[in-house]
Design a protein around this ligand. Sequence first.
Ligand SMILES: [Zn+2]
Length: 339
Amino acid sequence: MSIISIDGVDIAPGEHRQVMITIPRLCDWGDLRLPVHIVRGKQEGPVLAVTGAVHGDEINGTEIIRRLLKKPFLKKLTGTLIAVPIVNVFGFLNQDRYLVDRRDLNRSFPGSKKGSVAARIAHIIMTEIIAKSTHLIDLHTGSLHRENLPQIRVNTNSQPLKEMALAFRAPVILHSEGTESTLRVAAERAGCQAILYEAGEALRFDEVAIRVGLRGITGLMKHIGMLPSLKLKPSTVVSSMTQSSYWIRANHGGTMRVFKRLGKGVQPGEVLAVISNPSGIEEFDVVANQSGIIIGRNNLPLVHEGAALFHIASFDALHEAADSVKEMTECFDNREDYF
Ligand SMILES: [Zn+2]
């Protein structure tokens, strides 16, 4: 069986190791390290990379990976799990999306050995993690003050990627070929099959988002042959796929009161929120112009004109998609069941 080597450390079949990869040094001369967990089964198989906090303030993924690494079923693993709970260590420390050089790491892939801080970290991820992996799940949340319904972003033109997305069983699958210079796109170009999970909000733990994510990774591992048939938590959540989504933006600045929760269905002409002059009497309705489900929402009541407020996904079978969201909430929002 082959040896997998991460940052010069050899990991043999059956081993579980943590490797701390040294990343570019900052002005204080201190060492910062990127923690990577490698869990190898005794049998050869797929190599799945799971990455969290590529945007340093998107911390649901970090918690999903922490819970994943505690799972007893990893003792029955076929192939290898490479888990990187905090890809953007600088952003995580600063509770910030970006890197110390104010660059977006997820617009810096595949990076280069002699480029910016962001490019160097991207290069380390590509050479030490992605080049050794057959599959990738990149875990994200909405950005600051924005909350996303659990959803997979994937290029559904590829049958294997589509099947990976379906195996995850998030309530929504949004077709997206991906943005240039993101980890997902760079990984796919490097021959690693990649999907992205978006759920929850930056700097918050969202229990449903975490549980759906953990279960999704488990389902995907089963699908690609890394785990034996496991009894997963019963769920009838069926993913609804869509190619079409749109953002509703603020036509006026002001303070906003929202009437519709994440995951709710909307109809054309429906009032979703009201923006008011905070020191006057003027009020302006925020109105949906197409039917769909709210898959992303701004949670900050202070809105400037042009701010993105609601992300609406359209579905051919809107009722089925809405039922799936309801099912997810009922199935995974059990606060008494802690991990
Ligand atoms: Zn992100």
